[in-house]
Write a protein of this length. Structure first.
Length: 212
């Protein structure tokens, strides 16, 4: 990876601050308005794909900011950045297409919601376009990128069966039935794979950013 430019560092700083702050405020709001025990609420908090993915994005940005290229555990790998881009963009798409209309948050909750589901996804997508060296991405990269969402969905189903608690309505077996849940999971996996292939294709077409 080329030396980080001042503009790129600014992006990383903004994304890190926005990400960690929104995650912390969301956690505080969830605890303050909990209907379950604190322990169950904490588990529920970390069962949202939105939260987990925003944590990964914030962690990615923080590691690149705070560590040298030899100590960033490979986080500067274009494959890692592209996988994260796919994940966080899907967070934004699912929320804005499906979940946004299921509730009407106000005040601080609305601000946090917009940050986690719109601002961070858009900024990280822009970061990917501007700064990630995408030319060496391979079509086969798209398949291991599926591991994260597949493991997540498997965990949510097992937890839901055991506790009857689900983070998203389209995964609620007790409400919509196992058949519809399986269909939804297959559709989601198809979306993840399709988006992954799309970004690999874009990576081959778009000249890597050279912003300083």
């Amino acid at each position: 990876m080329k030396k980080t430019s001042s503009f790129q560092k600014l992006f990383l700083i903004v994304l890190s601050i926005l990400g960690w702050l929104a995650i912390a405020v969301q956690f505080d709001l969830l605890i303050a308005n909990r209907k379950l025990s604190i322990a169950s609420t904490v588990v529920q908090f970390f069962s949202y794909f939105t939260i987990l993915t925003n944590i990964l994005v914030a962690l990615y940005c923080s590691i690149l900011l705070l560590s040298s290229s030899k100590r960033n555990m490979g986080f500067d790998n274009p494959s890692t950045a592209t996988a994260l881009t796919v994940y966080i963009v899907i967070v934004g798409l699912v929320y804005n297409i499906i979940l946004r209309f299921l509730w009407n948050p106000t005040g601080l909750q609305k601000l946090v919601d917009e940050t986690l589901h719109s601002v961070v996804p858009l900024l990280f997508l822009l970061y990917w376009f501007l700064f990630i060296q995408k030319g060496n991405l391979k079509w086969k990269n798209a398949f291991p990128w599926l591991l994260y969402p597949i493991v997540y969905l498997f965990y949510i189903l097992i937890r839901g069966i055991l506790t009857d608690l689900y983070p998203y309505p389209f995964l609620e077996i007790t409400t919509i039935g196992i058949t519809k849940v399986i269909i939804n999971i297959l559709v989601l996996c198809g979306v993840f794979l399709g988006m992954s292939l799309l970004y690999v294709g874009l990576g081959k077409l778009i000249k890597p950013g050279d912003v300083h």
